[in-house]
Every structure is written in C-alpha cells, then in structure tokens.
Design a protein around this ligand. Structure first.
Ligand SMILES: [Zn+2]
Length: 786
C-alpha cells in the first residue's frame, strides 16, 4: 500500500469538532468501522479470500459513476459483489460486460506526459472501451449506484483474485488492508477501479484521500514488470487555476519522538560475510517506540509504512497490550519473491479511536537483517511516504558484541558493559528527518577539527594499512567541501561533528551530521569522481536537510543542487577542476540528449515528475533527469545570469538567499523561481517551463561566414545562420558565440535563439581564426552542421 496523507484533516479546533460531528453523521453513509481488533482481523481475512456472490444484471441504461474529471459508464453486463464484512458492508465488485472509461486531464504537464507514456502525441485523456473491471472502495455512496447484491453463498472469484494478486504481488499494493484501514479513518475517501481497456490493457484509477495527490492512473507493464503512474492529479479543490497540483501533504499524525532499541548480537541467518571489508551482517531485533500526536479526531486505524524486509512480531499500546495489525507476507505467498519480503504497509488497529491533540505511544517489535548501517527513513515506522517531512527527536540504544564498534547520529549519553556484550545509547535531541547508525568489526578512524567547521570523523570498517591514508583523504575532501559550501552558501552547519562511515553498498546518503559513503570510496579514488561523490553527499547537509523538498516533484532541488554544488567544489578544489567540470558537462549532455530521442528514453518524463520520470524502458530516468539534467539546468542558469550581469555574483546570491529563506523548511520549484526573481527581477517561467517541466532538447544546426566589410576600413562581419530543431515554437535560449582571434585573444557574444531559422550578423574588429557556437556546452543542446 502506498499512501500519503489523510483526507482533508481540518486545521482549526473548531473545524475538527465540525469534522467529528460530520463523521458521526456520516456513520450511516460511510462504511462502518469494525469495533474490535478481532472484528477487523475477521473482516480482513474475509476480504483476502476474494469471494463474490452470484452475478447480478445491470439495470437497463447501465450505471454511470463520475469522480472529478473521470467517468465510468458500465453500459451492460453483470456485476458480482464482494462478500460483505461482518457488519454487512460491501466494499467492491467485479464487472464483466461492456463499459467505457473517460477521463480528461486538467494539468498540461501531466497531459504532455500521458501522451509520452502512451506514445500518442495527440492523446489528451482517456476514452477507452473496457470489458472487465474490478472496483474497491470505502465509500457507501459509490456502492449505492449499483443494484442490490444477490443473496446466497459467496465463492472464490477468479477475476478478483487475479487482480488482487497482481496488485499485491507485482505492485506490492494491498487493497484489502487499505479498505480495512479506511473503515477506521473518519471521512476516508478511497476508490480504486481497474479496467481492462481495449487500448492499454489494465489501467488502474485510484482516488485515495491518504495521498498528497489524491488521483492517479497507473499502468502496469507485465512484460517488463514495471508500474508507470501515467497520471497524478490533486483533488479539484487543491489544484491551481491551470490544473497544476499543490501536492499538499496532510498526515493524520505528527511523529514527535522515536526511541529505538536495537539488538545486534546475533549474526544474520541468511547471509555470510559480505562487502569489500568482509563484514558479517546481523539479524537485528528492534523495539521502536513511536510517540505521536493525532492531528484528526477519531482515528481507529493507522496506516503506517515500514521497510518491507522487517518481520513484525508485535505492535502494542502504551500499556503494553498487543494490538491487531495487518501486513501481508508477500514472500510467504510468492515463490518468485524473497521470503523475507513483506508488503511495506503496516496498518494498526487501535482499541479506541484517538483524540486529536493528545499524544499517543505505540511500540513495535520487529526483526530484520542489518548490513552495517540503516538506510533511509523506513527502517522504523512512520506515516507513509511523508515520513521524511515529519521531523522528530529520538534515542538509539544498541546492544552488541564487544568486538563490534558502533557509531550513531546524536550525542553518546550512555555506555556500559552487559556481561559479554555492551550497550551504547545516543540521544538525538534536535529534530531530524531520519536517524541512522553504523558499525564495524575492525575499524580505522581519522578526524580533522578545523576552526569554524564541525569536526569531521571518518569511520571505516577496515584496519588494513592503507585504510588510514584513504580515510584521511575522505575526511580531507569532506572538510574542504564543507568549508567551501559554508562560504558559498554563507551558512554554517549547526552540529559540532559530522561522521562519514563506510557502508556495504554502492551509494551514499546524508543524514544530519552523519554521512554514509559507499565503501569503495575508502578503497579506490578515481581522480575527480571521488571528490565529486564525497562533496555531493556533503552538499546534502544543505540540500535535502537544511532545505527540504516540498513534494516528489521538487526532489530535484535536493539532488541537482547537491550535484551542482559538488561540481562547483570540484572546479576550485583541483588544479584540473575547470577541465573536469567541462568533461562532466559534456558527458551529461551526451547522456541527457537521449531523452525524447533514443528508443529507451522516448517516454522519459521531465525533471519535475520526480521518480515518475523513470519508465519501464528507462529505469534510470529519474537519475538522468533529476541529477544530470538537473545539474545542467543549474549550469545553464549560472551561464544565463553571468551573461546578464557580467559576474557570478547573481548566481551565488540566488543560492545563498534560497538557503536563507528555506532553512529548516521545505521548498518547491516555484519557491526557487521566486527567489531567483527577487535577486534578478525578470520573468523566469519560460526557463523552468522549458527545462524542468518539459523534456524537449534543442538541436542547433549552424554555419558561419566571415567577410570583410569594404565600407568599414578593415573590419569584418560574421554571419551566423542557426536552425533550431526538435523543440516547440517559442523555445528560446541565449546561446554564446565564442570568437577566437588567435594569440589567446578570445571574445564572446550572446545571441538569442528563439526561431526555427535565423541569421545573425555581428561586426568583428578583425578576422577570427575560429568561431564556436555554444562553447563548452553552455546550453544543453545537440550541435549539428547546416
Ligand atoms: Zn544525492
């Protein structure tokens, strides 16, 4: 199950009371909640059996269901209703017959991407006949549109079972848990309809009040085993006038503190020694105590998220009473999926509905394998997909064998021996987005303390001779890049130290004052690349942590800014920095130029689609767009500002101001445009529309001619012909022209390319040796001869 935020939680106390009253009144119309955990469990098991009753013919004229811009016309045929819950509630149906799914798309960016996904340039929405459908809902008014279910015994329904299996096993989506959860959330809105369409196969529409963007249409590609979210829209009341989403998150709880006890004493049963530094993974036993404040009244069920490899043993309330929870063991059902895999949703059924504003505590007992670090946020429970937006304090207390050395975020507050073992406890007293720790069996530690900087400590899981020097190199790069960024952004980091630890993995991840680095960077150091990688993670202390991103559509602000900041560091940190910068730009242009062009990138989405830019054919689409193209967008913006203002100051001012205005908050792409406009007043939408919200990349085909000007005494005229291809009309970019007169004399002018074909004539003081359009990849473009 994936979910983002609860439906329309009211913000003021008065509104809350009204909502509670409305929820009480709605009782008759909305699905009724099972009152006890046992009842909820029984209902869940009933739904899992995928049983329906006898078919019922649709009335003459069929049934029409409308939701915002979507319409389903069930013209003629039969429906089979799901077996009712213990309270007699029917939460779905199966349809076979003749139907039609129509949907218009109010958001122009989404519309353009739908056309790309479908490979139909003129497609503006859906108008698809279908023959089969499966509907799930928590809304009584949806079910009321259909005829009354036939009495009699229910039996397993093949089509229903096949759909549920596909959603669960291929997409890790548990519709049954979502329905049960919905019955325990006042005012829940949930409608999911899969239709077997003529043109696109199964299309799954979902309206989910838990999501920041409530409306989506997904298409699962069975051949490539990949789900593409073809459309994602906000509910109408949250859309802007031009149909764009505001993507507002409305979690129903605010997690304030998480205390985690971790027992690392046992080795993993599944894996032997792994990684470059030969570490024995552990079977971690976790006890996580979540303290949270409900933001809405009457929550009876909590939709949480937890890493899908965590095996949950118990969930209990503050008095230690065990609670009912729902979490599908996918690996236990499907031979293709690893046995350790569960559905990442964890729905907890509470004994009493919660009151808004009153702090509440839940304890989760679970096990999972631990390499030598905890990645991301999902290793302890949180509100689905929004966990990263929910700042909290915490404690990490680890018991381990004495041979293990442990490092964690926060301040070490207790350290003791417990027989053959030891226990270390850290307190994270400043609210953070996510917590982590790491460990080693043998280790090398190096640190550098420099005035005005947090002390940087490198902790590597190796005590080999070379480890010392290499750890020192990593620490040096981090110190230098943090020092550079503090000055560049005019913003000092808060903590008194930053850890950098080697992790068994090929990636890096930045936590507050704690950086995971792929172990390989402590072993081999390709010139330029290793500085870039380390500085990228250091830059995330600002981009991602000090300045968060508002929604997945804005995540490029974190990745592209980290990447580009690292590139700026590379430029000054190495003697060959300028060359390495140019090489990076050249390689990135090469890579990104394939978007929209090559077979694999033909359907890739724009930067502002976030993870949804990836497709079945371009699984790395997100990385190519948000990291590489994102970095090129900042490279281009810097060039444009430099040309406008004749200095680098404006770009640096934009970065500084952006940090200052959003420190401790979350920024959107529009926030960045606003900051840019404050520093350099102009209309900037065109730049972001072209490069961030769209995928087109121009080709400049060009030639030039130099002629003496007989009327101007020895002076020359440069005639430049440029054809702009592969972009829509109105696409514009200032493109530099470099004129080399020889003997180190190089001049530059800028031409505004904004027409399909244009000729520019420029006066020159003397005859040039060489003329170059778009030198050093100033603009992301393909270059061609005319
Ligand atoms: Zn990153």
């Amino acid at each position: 199950m994936t979910s983002r935020s609860v439906a329309h939680p009211p913000s003021s106390p008065a509104a809350r009371v009204l909502a509670a009253a409305a929820a009480a009144l709605l009782g008759a119309g909305a699905l009724v909640a099972a009152t006890t955990g046992d009842d909820a469990r029984a209902d869940f098991e009933r739904l899992r059996a995928n049983r329906t009753g006898a078919p019922v013919a649709l009335p003459p004229g069929g049934v029409t269901l409308k939701r915002d811009t979507a319409t389903w016309i069930f013209d003629a045929g039969e429906v089979r209703f799901l077996e009712p819950t213990g309270d007699g509630v029917v939460s779905g149906l199966v349809f076979e017959g003749r139907g039609r799914f129509r949907m218009s798309v109010p958001d122009p960016v989404e519309r353009a991407q739908l056309a790309r996904f479908a490979e139909q340039p003129d497609l503006a929405g859906f108008d698809e006949p279908f023959t089969r459908a499966v509907l799930r809902t928590t809304e009584a008014q949806v079910m009321a549109l259909f005829p009354t279910p036939a009495p009699g015994a229910a039996s397993e329904d093949k089509l229903l079972a096949e759909r549920q299996k596909n959603w669960l096993e291929q997409r890790f989506y548990d519709a049954d848990a979502r329905v049960i959860c919905g019955t325990g959330m006042p005012g829940d809105a949930y409608l999911r309809i899969g239709v077997d369409s003529d043109g696109f196969g199964w299309l799954t529409y979902t309206y989910d009040g838990l999501q920041a963007e409530e409306i989506s249409v997904a298409r699962y590609d069975p051949k490539q085993d990949f789900t593409e979210v073809w459309l994602s829209l906000d509910r109408p009341e949250d859309r802007t006038a031009d149909g764009r989403p505001t993507s507002r998150q409305r979690p129903a709880i605010d997690v304030t503190n998480v205390d985690v006890e971790v027992d690392l004493r046992d080795a993993s049963r599944a894996s032997g020694r792994v990684g470059l530094f030969d570490i024995q993974p552990r079977r971690g036993r976790f006890k996580a105590v979540l303290t949270f404040v409900p933001l809405v009244d009457g929550l009876h069920a909590l939709p949480l998220e937890l890493s899908s490899i965590a095996e949950v043993e118990a969930v209990s309330d503050a008095e230690g009473r065990p609670l009912t929870f729902f979490r599908e063991h996918i690996g236990g059902r499907v031979s293709m999926v690893d046995k350790s895999v569960y559905d990442s949703s964890l729905v907890v059924w509470l004994e009493q509905p919660l009151a808004a504003g009153a702090p509440y505590r839940l304890t989760f007992d679970y096990e999972r394998d631990v390499l030598n670090y905890m990645p991301g946020r999902s290793w302890y429970p949180g509100w689905p997909e929004e966990a990263l937006h929910d700042l909290h304090t915490g404690t990490i207390s680890i018991v381990a064998r004495k041979k293990h050395d442990l490092r964690s975020m926060g301040t070490l507050v207790d350290q003791r021996e417990e027989g053959d073992d030891k226990r270390l406890t850290w307190r994270i007293g400043t609210p953070v987005k996510m917590m982590t720790f790491s460990f080693a069996e043998r280790f090398t530690e190096q640190s550098i303390a420099q005035d005005g900087l947090p002390e940087v400590i490198g902790f590597v899981a190796s005590n080999a001779g070379a480890a010392k020097n290499k750890t020192y190199n990593v620490v040096t790069d981090l110190v230098n890049s943090i020092n550079y960024f503090q000055q560049l952004f005019d913003d000092r980091l808060d903590g008194d130290h930053v850890y950098a630890t080697s992790i068994i993995g090929g990636h890096g991840q930045s936590f507050d004052g704690f950086i995971h680095l792929a172990e390989i960077t402590f072993d081999i150091e390709p010139g330029g690349f290793s500085e870039l990688f380390r500085a990228h993670e250091a830059a995330h202390q600002w981009w991602g942590h000090r300045v968060g991103w508002a929604s997945y559509r804005d995540q490029w602000l974190s990745e592209a800014f980290a990447e580009y900041s690292a590139l700026m560091f590379l430029q000054v940190a190495r003697e060959d920095g300028r060359k390495l910068y140019d090489q990076y730009v050249e390689a990135a242009i090469e890579e990104v130029s394939g978007v929209g062009r090559t077979r694999s990138f033909s359907r890739t989405g724009p930067i502002s689609l976030g993870y949804r830019a990836a497709t079945a054919d371009s699984r790395d689409g997100y990385v190519v767009q948000s990291y590489r193209k994102g970095a090129l967008v900042l490279h281009m913006l810097r060039n444009v500002l430099r040309n406008l203002t004749k200095s680098d100051d404006a770009f640096i001012q934009v970065m500084r101001r952006f940090v200052a205005e959003h420190r401790g908050g979350e920024a959107s792409t529009q926030d960045f445009v606003d900051t840019l406009t404050e520093v350099v007043p102009a209309e900037w939408d065109w730049f972001f529309d072209q490069w961030v919200h769209n995928t087109e990349i121009p080709t400049y085909a060009w030639r030039y001619d130099v002629a003496a000007r007989p009327d101007a005494g020895g002076r020359f005229a440069l005639t430049l012909e440029i054809e702009q291809r592969d972009v829509p009309e109105g696409f514009r970019m200032p493109v530099p022209v470099e004129v080399d007169f020889g003997k180190g004399q190089v001049g530059q002018v800028v031409v505004m390319v904004d027409k399909p074909r244009e000729t520019f004539t420029l006066p020159l003081p003397k005859k040039p040796k060489k003329v170059t359009l778009n030198p050093a990849g100033a603009v992301l473009a393909r270059m061609a001869k005319l």
